[in-house]
Design a protein around this ligand. Structure first.
Ligand code: ATP
Length: 362
């Protein structure tokens, strides 16, 4: 039987996968250079047209009223520009910004300390807002709605709640998992935006802009080559650009052409579609060892010598998004696109791919 552990785990912690050039989370080097590459206003912010247009209206209206902007919730995968957008909101409102994250606020007191020191109109950026503790979350409800918190002084039966007025502020919450937010919290945001992965043309614009800031010469075809391997994510596009720049400097005259980009990313094992070594190992095992599946997650993980969490949370989301792998109740199945991508021919019974066999093995 192929029945297996196909349901994604609900554990919040993302396993530490191997260090990846195509990982969407920020690494140390990213953190250092990202500040220089961040767009400073909505005009410079590439793509996400609908979000930009709506946000522009929200901010203009608030400015015209001389009021603090509504609370904003940004959801979307890592590296799509949530932090950047929160800084733009502050800049557009001419307000200072305070940056913190859900895991850093474990006690309601931590949040009270931050809230009570905010200036009028300040933007509070709360990253990973879904990972805040419950008591802090409840304090936030009141702070968002009434600009007030109750500070508890003392313990046990003698404890008293001292109400504390807060200046109006704008909370910008960011989450990779909007579905995990309790509805009372979600409802308190005046504006909610979901950030989508970027189209290749948009990533090309991000790459050209970053190349200009980094003083790197790049041809349009070179930018297109990098964009195609960036998994729809500006952070990855900027990271690949830096690696290709190194290669162009050392192996060529510094100019990034399509050929140079392709050679460089070949050296770093990022293929034409943005798959890296781990992604390809998973697909190769699925095709070569298991004839395209269905195969259980644990079996597949053993075959590639990785933890099942690594396969499930690090490799699979992108493979599923790319339509190369399907998670079914009977196990993992390779799609016809996977066979084509690895230049392999499916065995006869797989020739019709998922379409013939039925996603749920019917
Ligand atoms: N729309 C965009 N235009 C140009 N550059 C962008 C855009 N979005 C993101 N970037 C660049 O991508 C990098 C990562 O963006 P950012 O830190 O805002 O992502 P994030 O969604 O907050 O990620 P995380 O959730 O991991 O914190 C930054 O260097 C930023 O300059």
């Amino acid at each position: 039987m192929n029945w297996d552990d196909t349901a994604p785990s609900t554990d919040d912690a993302v396993p530490a996968g191997p260090d990846r050039l195509v990982g969407a989370d920020a690494d140390g080097e990213d953190t250092a250079v990202e500040a220089a590459l961040r767009p400073k206003d909505l005009q410079e912010f590439v793509g996400q047209e609908r979000v930009r247009e709506q946000l522009d209206l929200v901010l203009r209206a608030a400015r015209a009223r001389g009021a603090t902007a509504d609370h904003v919730l940004l959801s979307g995968a890592p590296g799509l520009g949530k932090t950047t957008l929160s800084m733009i909101i502050a800049a557009e409102m001419g307000a200072p910004i305070r940056i913190t994250s859900g895991p850093a606020i474990q006690h309601a007191g931590d949040l009270a300390a931050i809230l009570s020191s905010l200036q009028e109109g300040e933007v509070l950026f709360l990253d990973e807002i879904h990972r805040m503790s419950r008591p802090a979350e409840e304090m936030l409800y009141m702070a968002m709605e009434d600009f007030r918190v109750d500070v508890i002084v003392g313990k046990g039966p003698g404890a008293t709640a001292i109400p504390l007025e807060l200046p109006p502020f704008t909370l910008v919450g960011a989450t990779t998992r909007a579905g995990l937010l309790p509805p009372p919290l979600r409802d308190r945001f005046g504006f909610t935006a979901h950030m989508e992965f970027y189209a290749p043309e948009e990533l090309q614009r991000v790459i050209h802009r970053s190349a200009g800031l980094l003083d790197v010469e790049i041809e349009p075809d070179g930018a297109a080559e990098i964009a195609g391997r960036s998994r729809g994510t500006p952070r990855i596009a900027n990271r690949l650009l830096r690696r290709v720049r190194d290669y162009a400097q050392v192996k060529a005259d510094g100019v990034i052409t399509r050929e140079i980009a392709s050679q460089a990313l070949g050296v770093y094992e990022v293929d034409a579609r943005g798959l890296d070594r781990l992604d390809r190992a998973v697909l190769t095992a699925l095709l070569k060892l298991f004839g395209g599946g269905p195969v259980g997650l644990s079996t597949l993980a053993v075959a590639v010598g990785e933890e099942r969490e690594t396969v499930e949370e690090v490799a699979e989301p992108f493979l599923v998004r790319e339509g190369l792998l399907a998670r079914t109740p009977r196990g993992r199945i390779a799609t016809p696109a996977a066979w084509a991508h690895l230049d392999m021919v499916p065995p006869q019974h797989q020739a019709g791919g998922i379409g013939q066999q039925g996603l749920f093995g019917a």
